[in-house]
Design a protein around this ligand. Structure first.
Ligand code: 13P
Ligand code: SF4
Length: 307
């Protein structure tokens, strides 16, 4: 009971400060349930950045990981983008440095360079095209005239896109440490328990896991698919935080995590308390410098022209 009172008070203070600061709270689909609950908008990484750009609020509290806040800063430089925990990063995004990418580009000077949105702003500044897990196949399909394509940093997303497009891609040895915890055995076991369930997995999963799925989808497409599908049960192969949103959006349906091990520790760093402190102190701010921003935005704009 005491906890509940303290929590209600916390939420009330967040609401008051949000108004006072003219702020909006955005939460990624992998955030803790209590953080999703206080958000004005939930979604995937690009949806949230686009939301940040379209809101009239002056301050955006971005509950996600660092590259997502940077993407919001690239798309809306006039807004103050703050993150409740500056340590919340994406290990996959950190698996490639600007020097690594420059070296790879030198080895393949004629290749078009496509990079996943899970990259730093400095890496995006080196890309020809950005892509997300929703549109990666469409972006590569649009590059018909390119003889060579570099695709970074996720080798498993690259493998999936390569199979879907029939294009050979020059990939990087990056991967998501959370999604690789979902194993083919997990899918097989859950299918035995729930034989009528549809299996939806994220393309960051291992190829053997993708091969066992009914659909390979980004987080936003999973939400859409679950809503529109006549199926009543789903096995979900991605970070477990999304299960909360799926259940909330679809009360008559059942969702089972393919593996409880698929937890992204960085996504769980944000708490309601940290959101309150961020609003109180208006920090930590994430701001991409103008030089990097302009070059990084080119790659995002080129992607948006394709989809
Ligand atoms: P989405 O772009 O689907 O939100 O995925 C981001 C991510 O970090 C997946 O692990
Ligand atoms: Fe990065 Fe994986 Fe966490 Fe997504 S789930 S933010 S790719 S570490």
């Amino acid at each position: 009971m005491l906890n509940r009172i303290i929590n209600d008070d916390l939420i009330k203070r967040i609401r008051e400060l949000k108004k006072k600061r003219d702020a909006v709270i955005l939460a990624h689909n992998y955030q803790l349930p209590e953080v999703q609950d206080i958000a004005d908008f939930g979604g995937d990484s690009l949806e949230l950045s686009r939301k940040a750009a379209s809101t009239t609020a002056k301050v955006v509290v971005f509950c996600g990981v660092h590259f997502m806040a940077e993407t919001a800063s690239i798309l809306c430089p006039d807004k103050k983008i703050i993150v409740p925990d500056i340590q919340a990063g994406c290990p996959m995004a950190n698996m490639i440095t600007v020097d690594d990418l420059k070296k790879l580009k030198k080895e393949h000077p004629r290749a078009a360079v496509v990079g996943y949105v899970n990259t730093s702003a400095a890496i995006k500044a080196e890309l020809d095209y950005c892509c997300t897990s929703t549109n990666a196949v469409a972006v590569v399909n649009a590059l018909k005239n390119e003889k060579e394509i570099i695709f970074i940093p996720d080798k498993y997303l690259a493998d999936y896109v390569s199979k879907k497009t029939g294009r050979k891609l020059i990939s990087w040895n990056g991967f998501c440490p959370t999604h690789v915890k979902i194993l083919p055995e997990d899918i097989k076991r859950e299918k035995k328990f729930h034989p009528f369930a549809k299996v939806l997995v994220h393309p960051e999963c291992l190829p053997a896991v993708c091969g066992l799925a009914d659909e390979v989808l980004s987080t936003s497409k999973m939400c859409q698919y679950a809503k529109e599908s006549p199926a009543k049960e789903f096995i979900i192969g991605t970070e477990v935080g999304i299960i909360y949103r799926l259940k909330k959006d679809n009360p008559g349906k059942e969702f089972y995590a393919a593996s409880e091990a698929a937890v992204c520790p960085n996504m769980k760093r944000t708490t309601q308390e940290k959101v309150l402190w961020a609003l109180e102190e208006l920090k930590e701010e994430v701001k991409v410098s103008d030089v990097v921003r302009q070059r990084a935005k080119r790659a995002i704009d080129r992607m948006l022209e394709i989809i």
